[in-house]
Design a protein around this ligand. Structure first.
Ligand code: DC
Length: 223
């Protein structure tokens, strides 16, 4: 079972995917964490995150894996490093490299080969798992996403600035040449602006359980 969830920043994708993973006994795969881990490494090496030749060479040299709280880079377990401000500021550039995307996508598919997973990001439904059993596009208005992020940050930044930053990320996410965020026509579209996290989880779980119990069509008519 592969459940793929895409959507812009601040829709609650990670929270929904983690809760759904627990309820449906699926492995939670956060694709953004891979881009964050590579970005962290690039910065550690003193490389310029906009020098995509150097970035992709660095990404090629790495061993990447997952652990329960993040990503393992060359044997080092990363968790809080993935959320550092410098990583936030440079990850969009790193994730715009087609070669880096290819490296990450191969890892995501490898990890999912022998597991039932719920994978979240920007191109899970379109590029990485186009044949996923369940595809979800989780959306919300810019205002409600900004409000949620503002609450998460305990109001440490003005609401207008939070909204501006999210709008900037939307622009980068939806205009990058490879792996940009788009709505897959076969995905279930959920606008969570006026829904609670629990309501969104219920909708996603319903889709997963329906897919699990759907009779396989492959055998019909075969002799
Ligand atoms: O979901 P996030 O904020 O942790 O993602 C970090 C960055 O990686 C963000 O710039 C979007 C990008 N990303 C991507 O390009 N493709 C994905 N599948 C997941 C994240």
């Amino acid at each position: 079972m592969i459940a793929a969830i895409d959507g812009p920043a601040g829709t609650g994708k990670s929270t929904v995917a983690q809760r759904v993973a627990r309820s449906a006994d699926l492995y939670y795969l956060n694709s953004g964490n891979f881009y964050r881990a590579i970005t962290w490494y690039v910065l550690q090496q003193g490389l310029d995150s906009e020098d995509l030749t150097a970035v992709s060479a660095a990404a090629r040299s790495l061993s990447l894996d997952v652990w329960s709280h993040g990503i393992v880079v060359d044997g080092k377990k990363l968790r809080r490093q993935l959320r550092e401000e410098s990583v936030d500021a440079n990850v969009a550039s790193v994730s715009s490299s087609p070669e880096v995307r290819d490296i990450v996508n191969r890892q995501l598919r490898r990890i999912s080969r022998n597991r039932d997973v719920v994978a979240e990001g920007r191109d899970m439904t379109t590029v990485v798992f186009p044949d996923a059993d369940v595809k979800i596009y989780l959306d919300a208005s810019l205002e409600s996403r900004a409000r949620r992020r503002y609450d998460d940050l305990a109001h440490s930044m003005p609401l207008a600035e939070v909204q501006e930053r999210i709008a900037e990320r939307d622009k980068i996410d939806s205009t990058k040449p490879v792996g940009r965020l788009k709505l897959d026509p076969s995905a279930l579209y959920i606008d969570s602006s006026d829904l609670t996290i629990n309501q969104v989880c219920e909708i996603v779980l319903h889709a997963i359980f329906s897919a699990k119990t759907k009779p396989s069509t492959g055998a019909i008519g075969q002799s």
